[in-house]
Design a protein around this ligand. Structure first.
Ligand SMILES: [Zn+2]
Length: 248
């Protein structure tokens, strides 16, 4: 029998910070490349998604991201993505959606304002001149297909690799300062700095409103003690219930 969960209270003045991670995409069939069985062609993801790998073997790196572009294109958003898009429809700018995921499933479910702290799978940029990232759905499966920037630099995936600094941290910390509800979906509380967001939100200065924090995902989170409530279950089953927007 499926479990049922109570709707969480979101009031007219609440500001909701949502952080999503690999778990929400995994429910759409996208591999997380972490933990047991997370290898790609025998490599750990850390050996493919790094500046060192890019220097040493850009062809391997582009084969990995081309495969992921194909997989993401073939995947569809699930009920959890749709529940968050609907919530944005209700809350407007009082909802801030920050994702660790590089796929575009949030956008494809209707979310309009998504902040990708680890970059975007369907964007590329020059590895040399600091030019703007651009939309790119191409596959680069052989070195002959690789593209060059006008400056001579190589076009790389617009992904934040291991050892690189996540994007938009100023905006993220400003949003953490003002949120009153924090919702963490499908991220186990291990990957920094995201794992600390809930603690930052709750520890900020005296006088601010109390932050209620919720975790949703099938795995018990490493930082369970930081949450007001933990919903252990699939995001696609839990979110539509706890965020039910009908009748309002
Ligand atoms: Zn360039």
């Amino acid at each position: 029998m499926a479990e049922s969960w109570e709707k969480i209270a979101i009031g007219a003045t609440d500001r909701v910070f949502v952080l999503t991670g690999a778990g929400i995409s995994a429910e759409s069939g996208l591999a997380t490349f972490r933990g047991a069985g997370g290898l790609w062609e025998g490599h750990r993801v850390e050996e493919v998604a790094s500046p060192y790998a890019w220097q040493r073997d850009p062809e391997m790196v582009w084969r990995f991201y081309s495969m992921r572009r194909k997989a993401a294109s073939a995947a569809a958003p699930n009920a959890a993505h749709y529940a968050l898009a609907e919530l944005e429809g209700v809350l407007g700018e009082r909802l801030f959606l920050c994702t660790q995921n590089v796929d575009n499933l949030h956008e494809r479910s209707g979310s309009r304002r998504v902040l990708h702290m680890h970059g975007e799978l369907f964007q590329s940029r020059c590895d040399h001149c600091g030019g703007e990232a651009f939309a790119d759905t191409r596959l680069y499966e052989t070195a002959a297909e690789h593209a060059r920037c006008d400056c001579g630099g190589r076009i790389r995936p617009d992904i934040v690799w291991f050892g690189e600094v996540p994007y938009h941290m100023e905006r993220i910390s400003a949003e953490l300062e003002q949120c009153t509800v924090m919702l963490v979906v499908g991220t186990s509380g291990v990957v920094q700095p995201a794992a600390s967001f809930v603690r930052w939100a709750r520890q900020r200065g005296a006088g601010s409103a109390v932050v209620r924090s919720y975790y949703v995902g099938p795995e018990h989170p490493a930082n369970a003690g930081d949450f007001t409530q933990v919903f252990e279950g699939k995001a696609g089953e839990v979110l539509p219930q706890i965020l039910a927007t009908d009748g309002e």
